[in-house]
Write a protein that binds this ligand. Structure first.
Ligand code: KDO
Length: 335
């Protein structure tokens, strides 16, 4: 009697293990950690492709543990609304800009100012060192999102519909220069001497084509990837902003993970950034030739005149008033 009971129990246990086996894939899918990503990046740009690197990296380090969903072209959330979506728990990951951060962390506006970060290497040193650690801590506390790595978006240049003789900011007077839609971005456009007009990234191509805007500013790899060169005639190499975006995750998503998962997600974000940074830096160095081949005129203005004027405009603005004492000097001294 005892034995037959034991046998039946064992049989039942064995069959339930078998049953579980049959349903395991579905059960696993349900338990996967959902990581929704939203970005305005176009598929052929490096900071869009880096998300595939992120996904592949996680698939290798934690097979079957994460459900990574990549949404490009701002199809899931509008450009600039991602941080709010993340804080509300509707989105797990995005690449957010210094301009996004400056809205809630005013001192971050120091990184929206032109001619402060010198080059991609300086950018990595600043954000991977003590300055980055301090600033990111404030972002985490005030925005409820955690920056995981720094992505070099490229050095922003001016790209015009019609050829102009641009030497100094005065030569951009009256030019309707498209900027992304926030006051911090518009301030940068005005500091360059232009009339800044807000427009989402996805509408820029048509704006240039139809002439509702006279120009836009973006790093050269994005001018290539979004095909702005098809609807513009000139690039003015002002190099006014060594731009960065930051792979950030919602605190809600991060806090729900095990320490091992957190470490793997951070490592995947770093691998994605490295992929972007290496490829973008390489591409930036030969894109001028590409644009010339496409028939665009590429000119270098009086960059010192732009630098002086932009720096003075920021120093005299309300933005500079909230920059922590000594921060600019510390950034400058970072080598
Ligand atoms: C842009 O709209 O000009 C900009 O370059 C701003 C960046 O912060 C970033 O949002 C970027 O667009 C998009 O990722 C598209 O490349």
């Amino acid at each position: 009697m005892k034995h037959s009971l034991l046998r039946r129990t064992l049989l039942a246990a064995a069959s339930s293990v078998l049953l579980m086996g049959a349903f395991l894939p579905a059960a696993q899918a349900q338990n996967k950690v959902l990581l929704r990503i939203s970005t305005p990046a176009v598929p052929d740009d490096w900071h869009a492709k880096m998300w595939t690197v992120f996904k592949d990296n996680l698939e290798k380090s934690a097979p079957g543990e994460f459900d990574v969903q990549i949404n490009l072209n701002a199809t899931l959330f509008k450009q600039g609304t991602e941080p709010t979506a993340m804080a509300r728990g509707n989105l797990e990951l995005s690449s957010i800009s210094a301009f996004d951060m400056a809205k809630l962390v005013p001192e971050f506006s120091i990184f929206t100012a032109g001619y402060i970060i010198r080059d991609p290497e300086h950018q990595q040193k600043v954000f991977n060192g003590p300055i980055g650690a301090e600033m990111f801590k404030t972002v985490t506390d005030k925005m409820d999102v955690t920056p995981l790595s720094t992505v070099y978006l490229g050095t922003r240049q001016i790209n015009l519909r019609d050829v102009r003789n641009v030497k100094t900011p005065a030569d951009l007077k009256g030019v309707k220069l498209r900027m992304p839609g926030s006051k911090e971005w518009l301030f940068l456009g005005e500091a360059l001497g232009a009339t800044a007009t807000p427009l989402a990234f996805g509408e820029v191509y048509l704006g240039l084509k139809t002439g509702t805007i006279d120009g836009q500013d973006n790093p050269l790899p994005s001018v290539r990837a979004a095909k702005f060169y098809e609807v513009t005639k000139q690039i003015v190499l002002t190099s006014h902003l060594v731009d960065g975006i930051f792979i950030a995750i919602s605190n809600k998503a991060l806090n729900a993970m095990t320490p091992a998962q957190k470490q793997k997600v951070t490592a995947a974000a770093q691998a994605a950034s490295s992929y972007n940074n290496e490829n973008r830096i390489k591409e930036e160095s030969h894109l001028v030739d590409f644009f010339k081949q496409q028939g665009l005129q590429v000119i270098t203005p009086d960059v010192d005149a732009f630098r002086k004027s932009v720096q003075t405009t920021y120093q005299n603005s309300d933005y500079a008033k909230v920059w922590p004492k000594g921060l600019l000097e510390r950034i400058n001294a970072t080598r």
